[in-house]
Write a protein that binds this ligand. Structure first.
Ligand code: 9MR
Length: 385
């Protein structure tokens, strides 16, 4: 095991030291060499380090949080505000205020932006699929509504967004196609159209497929099939996102490496997206992130309300360490690692698959302080030097 180096010790000192600074520039210009050791600096030659921002974080409601976001990450994804339902709730109404702020904030912090997401069965308004009688529309009507949406949303940020999750979660666990309203109306037609329209709206940006449980080989095979379908028709796809909604006991190294290789063999970038490591009991016996799952919370399934035992924190850190060792090994294939949230206090995992639990999935705690997992991740970065 690697002994944590001098740099790691100063990281913590530096973190304490820089809290209170207004932004990353200030932190970086504090003329202390050590203050520059952050996630973004540690992996700057390897892959982007991203996070997801909530509406409040985009608004900059909390100064400590804003400072942490600027300091540690060089890529941001809107957790919700660019989803169809939020950005385009009615045929003639768009909400661009928060998405505009997000893009401006990222530019100020010298961060890339990932758009999320254009075609997804969830958080999407019914009007996209229905006529005035509530019946499903035909495929041509769906395509023209999709095109209008994509032209408007992608076009607005043309040249300012690195890549979009064009298609999100279109697969079942066995790799077959999800029977979403998109699919009911058009079969796989909407998949081709989403990528075609996104490419036309901004030919320079990257186009991704993104899904959870991609360590499941049947599912990653389904994603490979989607990529090949597009490639066979000469439609561009640049990368596949493996959502990292994982846990202390999965995925295995073999699963992860196999999935990374399958994606890379297509000539596509791998992205680890939506990373968080669940530490709570899972009596529901589910994996992934199917948002419609909603179980009843129980005391037994929410054991760490008053704090996480050191032993579990250690397991959590070990899991992150082993994952980042794999990410680093495949750094030539992996373009980005994005955490799904900034700190434990604001993680969707506190409310899924059962509401109102106290989870500890991320690498900053509820006081915005780095956890053991953070130190272990940084230590991997140091090991390479
Ligand atoms: O983290 C997001 C949460 O705030 C929303 O309530 C939820 C609604 O569907 O979506 C969450 O993010 C999802 C992401 O957009 C797609 N993959 C699964 C994520 C977790 O559900």
């Amino acid at each position: 095991m690697k002994i944590i180096g001098l740099k790691s010790i100063v990281i913590v000192a530096a973190l304490v030291g820089v809290i209170g600074c207004q932004n990353a520039q200030k932190a970086d210009s504090s003329n202390s060499e050590e203050a520059k050791v952050t996630l973004r600096s540690t992996f700057q030659d390897d892959f982007l380090i991203g996070t997801a921002l909530s509406a409040g974080q985009i608004m900059g409601n909390n100064e400590l949080e804003s400072e942490l976001i600027a300091r540690e990450f060089n890529c941001v994804t809107p957790e919700n505000v660019m989803k169809f339902m939020l950005i385009h709730p009615q045929p003639d109404s768009f909400n661009f205020e928060l998405p505009d702020k997000l893009v401006a904030l990222a530019e100020k912090n010298d961060q890339e932006v990932i758009g999320h997401t254009l075609a997804w069965h969830s958080q999407v308004p019914n009007w996209l699929f229905e006529d005035e009688n509530g019946e499903l529309v035909d495929s041509l009507t769906l395509y023209s509504r999709m095109k209008e949406h994509i032209d408007m949303v992608v076009g607005r940020y043309k040249g300012r967004i690195k890549g979009w999750d064009v298609l999100n979660e279109a697969l079942n666990e066995d790799g077959s196609f999800r029977n979403s309203k998109f699919y009911q109306i058009s079969g796989t037609g909407y998949i081709y159209k989403a990528f075609e329209y996104a490419n036309a709206a901004d030919p320079e940006m990257e186009l991704y497929y993104n899904d959870y449980n991609m360590h499941n080989q049947a599912k990653v095979d389904g994603a490979v099939r989607i990529a090949k379908m597009l490639q066979d028709r000469g439609i561009r796809i640049d990368g596949i996102g493996m959502q990292g909604h994982w846990s202390l006991n999965y995925p295995s190294q073999e699963q992860l490496e196999s999935s990374i290789k399958k994606i890379s063999d297509l000539g596509l970038q791998v992205m680890i997206t939506e990373l968080d490591i669940d530490v709570l009991p899972n009596p529901y016996n589910i994996t992934g992130a199917n948002i419609s799952d909603n179980f009843k919370a129980s005391k037994e399934a929410n054991p760490y309300v008053d704090g996480l035992p050191d032993s579990v924190n250690q397991l959590h850190a070990n899991k992150y360490e082993s994952l980042f060792k794999i990410f680093y090994k495949y750094k030539d294939n992996i373009d980005r690692v994005t955490f799904w949230g900034v700190h434990d206090g604001h993680s969707w995992k506190n409310n899924w698959p059962a509401r109102g639990r106290t989870n500890y999935c991320l690498i900053f705690d509820r006081q915005y302080q780095p956890k053991l997992a953070y130190e272990k991740i940084i230590a991997i970065g140091e090991e390479k030097e």
